[in-house]
Design a protein around this ligand. Sequence first.
Ligand SMILES: *Cc1c(COP(=O)(O)O)cnc(C)c1O
Length: 500
Amino acid sequence: MNVKYESTRDNNLKINSSQAVLKGLSDDGGLFFPKDFKNIKINIKHIEDLNYKELAVEIFTKFFSDYTKEEILYSVENAYGNKFDTEEIVPLKNGGNYNFLELFHGRTLAFKDVALSILPYFMKAAKDKNKIKNEILILTATSGDTGKAALEGFKDIEGISISVFYPEGGVSKVQELQMKTQEGNNTHVLAVEGNFDDAQTAVKNIFNNKNVKDKLLDDNTILSSANSINVGRLIPQIVYYFYSYNSLLKNKKIKSGEKINFVVPTGNFGNILAGYMAKEMGLPVNKLICASNENNVLTDFINTGTYDINREFIKTISPSMDILISSNLERLIYMLSGGDDNYIKKIIAELDEKGKYKIDSKILDKIQDSFWSSFSTQDEILNKIKKVYREYNYIIDPHTAVAVDVYDKYKHETGDKSVSIILSTASPFKFIESIYDALDIEKTKEGKELIMEFSEEFNIPIPKSLEEILNKPFIHNKTIKINDVKNEILKIAHKEEKNV
Ligand SMILES: *Cc1c(COP(=O)(O)O)cnc(C)c1O
C-alpha cells in the first residue's frame, strides 16, 4: 500500500512520507497525517514474538511506504542498535502494583530519545531520495527534553544542522547541563527570555514567514522541524505501545486480546496521540489516561469540550509538560472529524482570535470514549514520589509522578481494574532537586557532586551518557530575546557564527 500524507488543513494535499518527514509542518500551518490511516492495521497475534527492532521495522514499513526496506533497516539499526543502555530499549518494570514502562534508556534520559534517535536517519534518507541539495536547518523549541534529544540525534549528521531554543530558567539543571555541553560541529543552542510557549510560537512563526525563508534560501538553507509535529517523530512512538503490550503478555499479566489502559504524562499531546493511533490500528486499549500538571488545559478540554488557553502559564516541577498549546491535538480532532480540514481551519481560527474553541459534541463523545483525564498539583506530585519510594523502593521523576497520581485518581473515580501501564517518561537523574524535596532530603551539593550523591544514596548507577558530560565545559552560553530568534536563525544559516 502506498501511503500518502495530507495536511490537517488541506486534505487535497498528497505527498510521500519522506516529503512529510522533510517538511515537518505543512505550508498551510497544518500537520501531516496519513491519508489511509484507517487501513493501516496490525494483527497483534502476528507480532507477539518480535523484538523491539523487528516490531519497529514492521510498523515503519506500513507508514513510510516510499522508503526502501534497506533504508528502514539501516535507520532502525542505527537508532536502536547501541544508543540505548538496554537491548529491550523500553523495559517494563514493576513498582508494586504499578507497571512502569521505562522510556528513558536512551542517550538523553527521556522518552523523546525513542523517536529522536531515528528521526535523523529518516530525514537524511529523505534528503537523499528527494535529491535535496540544500542544507537542512532543524529548528526546535524545547521545554527541556526535546532539545537535548534532538541535538544528540542530529549531531554530525551530514547536510543537516540543528538549532535549539529553550526558555531560560525553564529547564532543570541537568537538562541545562546537557544542552550547554552539547558537542557536534552542526549544533546551536540558545536560551530565550520567555516561557516555552513563547519560544514555540517564535519558532512556528519562522516556518510561516516567507520573507525569512527566502533569505535562508539565499544561503542554500531550508528549514525542517524535530518537534513532535513531525510524523517522523510521531510514528516511532507507536512502537512501544505494541511492544509493552507484548511484555505484559510475556509476563503473563494479561491474556492475548485483553484490553489495557495506558497512563501518559502529557504536554504537546504527541506521546498519547501515538497511543490512540496504536488503538485504532488494533491494539486492545480500554482507556488512554491523559495526565496533566497544573497547566491543565487538556484535562479541561477532555472533560468539557472547551479548549481555552486564556489562563496563566504555570511553571511547574514537571517542566516538559508546561505547555498550553498542545499542537498534536489538531491531529486527533482531524481524525475524529473524519478528516474535515474546514472544521480544523475553523477551530484554529477561533483559537487564534479568542484563545479558545468549543468542540462539536459528537467529537467530544468520541474523545471521552477513548480518553480520561485529570491533573496533579505540585504537592500531589511530591507526595506520589515519596509514596512510591517508601512503599516500593522505586524512584520516579516528577513527570512519571503526575501519571501515577492521575492513575490513582482514575481508579478511585471509576473503579476500573483493567491492567494499566504507566509511561515513565524521564529518568530520575534529570530531576534530582524535586526528588530531594519530595523525600525531605536537604540539598547540600550541586551539579556533579549532587548527581554522585544521589546515585550512592539510592543505589542507582549513573547512566553512562550522563557520566560522560559531568566534566565537560559549557560550549553554549548565549541568551537572546524572543524578538531576536529570527535574526539568530538567519545568522546561523549565514554561518556568521559557527557555534552560538
Ligand atoms: C515531552 C515530555 C512529556 C510530554 O510529552 P508530549 O508528547 O509532549 O505529550 C512528558 N514527560 C517528559 C519527561 C517529556 O520529556
